[in-house]
Design a protein around this ligand. Structure first.
Ligand code: NAD
Ligand code: IPM
Ligand code: MN
Length: 358
């Protein structure tokens, strides 16, 4: 099969982990006789430096013309502590999600058994946890009206959802629940927020169309607690943009590390595949970032955008095999990991590639 992929590595460790993701794509193309062609495009701080714009038109044009996008991360320390900066790297990521209509962000929380001891949660609570988050990605407080008034002394960001925006993500989540354990948890803050009351109303309206799916509603504060108390009680979780952002960083601890969580951003056009983590300034340039979130994002791309199930499984199996062999990056190592098994980004990538080329 011929596929054209745009690689948008972005900032910080985005560059380091996406290089490994791209090598995995090459290995898959070779092993399964596919032809993958590539283009690169700028985003974030890198794009601001080059063009003044965190999301140049050319990046959008190239992305729309591709079959899939492999994304790294955006962010730079220079903006994090400068609230006055009007142009910011993060606008690049929000901009491409919006421009491509990528309203559904699938974030699978799957614990590899070998990493049971890497988490700070007790193994008996964790074992068997398998959650699929549907985070709405193009609405909510991220895209509502915002600004300052009273000479700058009052600031506001509007949490806003339309029925249509809620319906389309909720339907995707129900459909996914039908292919899994048929449980759906909708997370909102309907005891306080009007936009959450609309959210809950829509879920209640759609639920009768899926009589086999067991539906529950949780308030976001309780959901945050239950995720850690009993992660196994969740199957599919559907929630808004902001709550989904926060809950999935929390849920990364169920999978052992931020460096393990992949995601697929899909919707109207080309799918974009992105680790959930950021540019991680604290470890940028040290060669220690865990590339497995990018590798597992490639697996999602192969499966969802290209329908290549066997190839996707081969990537996940390679990750499993590397972990079974005891190799770890620093973030998923524990007291029992021998120092010669702790690998840097590229060495971890080599282990994956060895298994894909064998
Ligand atoms: P972050 O996800 O970059 O890092 C949080 C912590 O997790 C850090 O200690 C980091 O070292 C660790 N970590 C993250 N990915 C890792 C990996 N692959 N391997 C090992 N450790 C990993 O979040 P942050 O520190 O809050 O934000 C840093 C910058 O990234 C900010 O500018 C922020 O806006 C941006 N950001 C971007 C994205 C994105 O591009 N999708 C996501 C989150 C944050
Ligand atoms: C993520 C990030 C982004 C978000 C930021 C960088 C805009 O945290 O992809 O989870 O909040 O969506
Ligand atoms: Mn986030």
């Amino acid at each position: 099969m011929k596929k054209h992929i745009v690689v948008i590595a972005g900032d910080g460790i985005g560059q380091e982990v996406t290089a490994v993701g791209k090598q995995v794509l090459d290995a898959i193309a070779k092993k399964y006789d596919h032809e993958f062609t590539y283009d690169t495009a700028l985003i974030g701080h890198e794009a601001i430096e080059a063009t003044g714009n965190p999301i140049p038109d050319e990046t959008i044009t190239k992305s729309k013309a591709s079959d899939a996008i492999l994304f790294g991360a955006v962010g730079h320390p220079k903006y994090d502590n400068d609230p006055s900066a009007k142009v910011r790297p993060e606008q690049g990521l929000l901009g491409i999600r919006k421009a491509l209509g990528l309203y559904a962000n699938l974030r699978p929380i799957k614990l590899f058994d070998e990493l049971l001891s890497a988490s700070s949660i007790k193994p008996e609570i964790l074992k068997g946890a398998d959650i699929l988050f549907f985070r709405e990605l193009t609405g909510d407080v991220y895209f509502g009206e915002r600004g300052r008034k009273d000479d700058g002394d009052t600031a506001f960001d509007t949490m806003i959802y339309s029925r249509y925006e809620v319906e389309r993500i909720v339907i995707k989540a129900f459909d996914a629940a039908m292919t899994r354990r048929r449980k759906l948890c909708s997370v909102d803050k309907a005891n306080v927020l009007e936009s959450s009351r609309l959210w809950r109303e829509v879920v209640q309206e759609i639920a009768p169309r899926y009589p086999e799916v067991e539906v529950e509603h949780q308030f976001v504060d309780a959901a945050a607690m239950l995720l850690i108390k009993d992660p196994k009680r969740f199957d599919v979780v559907v929630t808004g943009n902001l709550f989904g952002d926060i809950l999935t960083d929390e849920a990364s601890q169920i999978a052992g590390s931020m460096g393990m969580l992949a995601s697929a951003s899909v919707g109207d056009t080309t799918g974009l595949y992105e680790p959930i983590h950021g540019s991680a300034h604290d470890i940028t340039g040290k060669g220690v970032a865990n590339p497995l979130a990018s590798v597992l994002s490639v697996a999602l791309m192969l499966d969802i955008s290209f329908g290549m199930k066997e190839e996707a499984n081969a990537v996940v199996d390679a990750v499993d095999s590397v972990l079974k062999a005891g190799f770890r990056t620093r973030d998923i190592a524990d007291a029992t990991t021998a120092s010669d098994k702790i690998l840097g980004t590229q060495a971890m990538g080599e282990q994956i590639l060895q298994r894909l080329t064998a």
